[in-house]
Design a protein around this ligand. Sequence first.
Ligand SMILES: Nc1nc2c(ncn2[C@@H]2O[C@H](COP(=O)(O)O[C@H]3[C@@H](O)[C@H](n4cnc5c(=O)[nH]c(N)nc54)O[C@@H]3COP(=O)(O)O)[C@@H](O)[C@H]2O)c(=O)[nH]1
Length: 684
Amino acid sequence: MARSGRLSVAELLDQLRHGFIVLDADGHVIGYNLTALALLELPEAFLAERPRIDDVVRHQHACGDLRGDLDHLLERVWHHLRRVQQTAEPHVYSYTSASGRTLQGATMALPGGGWVRTYTDITKHAQALAALRESEERFRSLTELSADWYWEWDAECRYTRFEGRQVRENNLLAEQSLGHRPWDLPSLNLPRLDDWAPLRQAVAQRKVFRRWEVQRALPDGRTAWFSLSGMPMLDAQGRLLGYRGVGRDITLRKQAEAEVHRLAFYDSLTGLYNRSAFQDRLQQVQSAARRAGTWAALCFIDLDNFKDINDAYGHSAGDAVLRATARRLQVALRASDIIGRLGGDEFIVLLQDLAHEREQAAAVAQDVAEKIRAALEQPLVVESNEVQATPSIGIALFDGGEERMEDILRRADLAMYESKAAGRNAVRFFDPALQERALQRAALQREMRQSLRDGDFLLHGQPIVDAQGQVQGMEALLRWQHPTRGPVSPVQFIPLAEESGHILALGQWVLEQACARLVAWRQDPQRCHWTLSVNLSARQLRQPDFVAQVRAVLTHSGADPRRLKLELTESQLLHDVEDTIGKMEALAALGVQFALDDFGTGYSSLAYLKRLPLAQLKIDRSFVRDVLDDPNDAAIARTILQLAQSLDLDVVAEGVETPQQFEVLRAMGCRLFQGYHFGRPQPL
Ligand SMILES: Nc1nc2c(ncn2[C@@H]2O[C@H](COP(=O)(O)O[C@H]3[C@@H](O)[C@H](n4cnc5c(=O)[nH]c(N)nc54)O[C@@H]3COP(=O)(O)O)[C@@H](O)[C@H]2O)c(=O)[nH]1
């Protein structure tokens, strides 16, 4: 310690963490600090004698701190000393002493000759580096030996790195993925962005995710399944740097799982659902029917003479018949229908979401069962023999109620026995009354097609009069003069025509007839100002080319569009309102008028009412019927009239049957009327 109480320079240098030795131009030690002695483990007496650097090296070599050939060591020391002098660049090196200390040495040239050598203990740093290297080695052997590969994403979740033998051997994966987010790459099992929501949510919350399975099509045409697990990489402030994780090819496992699934749930002969899978599906259909409030049907199919085929041609022929039956069922039915084989020659079909009404569902089920029957009754060629395996089909309808699956199956099975009893190759319902009605509906639909061809449909017209009883127009009403059944009410056949789609052809026919009538009236001074109202069905209006169709009929017939009035019901407006408004506006632009039929019975939103290009409201006849006796009906009629007045619409009171009804409605301000009081529908 210096007298002043402050450290001398020499004392200060001894306190440094770095050791140093100063050499003169000949390489003699002319200065050093105590740290150098400690780090180099040299006795002070040795350095105090100003040894040459060669002696220091010899000493270190003798102690085992420096290893290798001594002459070579000395040569190298002097080589570096000279080089440092020439280049003025320090020479940095490191070595580990015999005692296990790692030192970093640096040699620098001094101005005017000589050198200074510094020594720093970097043992800890060297140990950390060694540990890091070892861990890298471990990681590398892991990715080299394991089936997994390593990946990294940046903070935007784009792949930035892949490592591992798998990736090297199958570089397709990395090539395809680098620079892309996993959800931007094409995937077979998760094609929509929404499918990735759970993974993206986990990433947004910086969560670890495990075993995320994705199926990809590789550029070489193969498809492969990968499983990804990942964890976030965060900086010291908790900001996301990216994700890192492992990936694994799980294609083989997936294939094995699919095979196990196939064996457990599918019939090995036909590939259809087996009994246990079918029961599962039946339960699902029942739950779906409960949610949707619809009816479903179970068809039990038994091949009529399968045993004879088996006996006559052998089991392989029998198997071929069963496989062909399965194929025919698949071709005849829709993808949403569920087909199974219970065993032997027993097949089952589940038809879901048939209709909300039981009778309507029965009609559809009857149609489908007939289609199945027709498909299966066709002869088959099996092992060069022509065989016929006609089916007996039993149908049980069910809804979302509590009925047990065994009971539904039992009902269908019983109905199937009814088919057998009825002479085979037949369809029977569990409920005979339902069967009858379903058959009636199916027959009417068939006959309707024939009647359309034969011209059995007629158009009637019912007058629409003003307050003075003067006819202002007609409503066109369709009639079916059935060749054997006589007149069939539109109340009966219009819904059937809607269901089967015949309404499109019928509607077109009515429109053509109505336009022809308008053209004929034009020549008649008493009728030339009349309008003709035509009822539109929901299905007609939903046709994308409906506007074009009406325009074509008008052009072709030459009828004045302003005399044509199309009647819609409120319920028709509820379906795709914007589309309906668009079509109405397009026709209104031509001059065609629109009336809202049965007004008051539906759920018209006043907001829509305002937007629709309507000319007329028709008060439903249910309000007119009791307008004299029921104050509520009278109030409704009055309200409709007031509403129409404020919306600047005409009003027709429908179903006026008596002079009293006429008077009351006229007193309320109604100006147009329709009903038996003025005339029943007559041939136009
Ligand atoms: N999509 C189409 N629907 C049509 C067509 N033709 C008729 N229909 C619809 O069928 C339903 C039944 O029609 P219909 O049996 O012809 O009955 C109409 C009138 O006869 C009846 N009416 C008329 N005045 C009276 C009356 O004073 N009392 C009474 N009880 N009934 C009467 O009302 C029916 C007309 O109703 P609306 O159409 O609502 O104005 C019926 O829903 C028809 O719409 C067609 O070509 N296409």
